[in-house]
Design a protein around this ligand. Structure first.
Ligand SMILES: Cc1ncc(COP(=O)(O)O)c(C=O)c1O
Length: 328
């Protein structure tokens, strides 16, 4: 347990550990040795990778002395929910610049509801207005005597990636001699994947880290992850062998928050087989990728596979993707 050095009136207690569990039914069905790292259970309301990242971001020197947090994201952003609740817990102000449907403020649900309950002030702007709205919020907070800290959207910053270097080490200590052949993780900004790739190397694992894109093209995503890996290697040991970057974009369903039948059927299959809910925006896509690579033989029978569950339960429960007649 550690207390983050943030500028709010109250400190933040960090308990950063999540279980690893075997997935016995799916292991049997898929002829794999499949386990899941439950970052959906990260100890924070709604859990998930954004909460794990935030604990590290707030401990970075750049955040020291801040009295207000400002960030951006979609109206159902897990990251924005984490920033808003973190600010409330630390007695800090929070301003969120969101994009999406402005009428969602009239019927807040899921992440947006938690942002509002936490007392964050909110602007909803079109994507091209985000930087301007952030700059205005910072100026306004400064004029009020606050010391605002701007948290990069999605926690896409080196400290966020470092959280996942440490998370891989945490998994290494939990798994002992069970060394994964594959780690499968949903990949958006790629920060989580980059951290896991470097953390795997530090564990001396030969694991191939498969990032399943939730939106980005393979070329853009891989370039971004490569650049974070370079920065992480400078910080954690430049002598490390550079990790292979596998970022696959076949299961995006056409873009962020778009959904296809493969994602829906992966969610139903995993929930029914294991009692483990996935979500349509992130983890459902990643598991659809895992299933496809098993079927094609790219993930060979008998492989040890660690599925990294990054959260997203609120994206599932606010989605209409299972409205009738889809659920069977
Ligand atoms: C539940 C969940 N999983 C995965 C991701 C992707 O993480 P990253 O941006 O680090 O690639 C996100 C990002 O929003 C998320 O909220």
């Amino acid at each position: 347990m550690a207390t983050a050095a943030v500028g709010g009136s109250r400190g933040i207690t960090v308990i950063s550990s999540t279980p690893v569990q075997p997935l016995a039914t799916l292991s049997n069905e898929l002829q794999l040795d499949l386990r899941v790292k439950r970052d959906d259970l990260y100890p924070f309301p709604g859990g998930g990778n954004k909460a794990r990242k935030m604990d590290f971001i707030l401990r970075s020197p750049a955040a020291f002395g801040a009295t207000a947090l400002v960030t951006n994201g979609g109206v159902q952003s897990n990251h924005a929910r984490v920033v808003a609740l973190t600010a409330a817990a630390a007695g800090m102000h929070c301003h969120l610049v969101l994009h999406g449907d402005p009428t969602s403020l009239d019927r807040p649900r899921g992440n947006l509801l938690l942002m509002m309950l936490a007392g964050a002030t909110i602007d909803i702007v079109p994507p091209e207005g985000i930087s301007d709205a952030i700059a205005k919020a910072v100026a306004r907070l400064e004029a009020q005597g606050e010391r605002p800290f701007v948290v990069a959207g999605g926690g896409h910053v080196l400290a966020g990636a470092s959280a996942y270097v440490e998370a891989a080490k945490e998994a290494g200590a939990q798994l002992g001699s069970w060394v994964p052949d594959w780690i499968v993780v949903p990949s958006g900004t790629g920060t989580t994947q980059a951290g896991l790739s470097i953390g795997s190397r530090l564990n001396k694992w030969d694991a191939r880290v498969l990032g399943v894109s939730v939106a980005r093209s393979a070329s853009r995503g891989a370039a971004e992850i490569g650049s974070i890996c370079t920065q992480l290697m400078a910080e954690h040991g430049a002598s490390l062998e550079r990790p292979e970057i596998i970022f696959r974009d076949e299961w995006t369903a056409g873009g962020y928050e778009k959904i296809d039948e493969r994602t829906l059927s992966a969610i139903v299959r995993v929930t029914r087989a294991e009692g483990l809910p996935l979500d349509p925006t992130y983890t459902g896509k990643a598991f659809a990728g895992l299933l496809a690579l098993c079927q094609s033989g790219e993930i060979a029978a008998g492989s040890r596979v660690l599925f990294w569950h990054t959260g997203g339960i609120l994206n599932l429960t606010t989605s209409s993707c299972f409205d009738r007649p889809s659920v069977s």
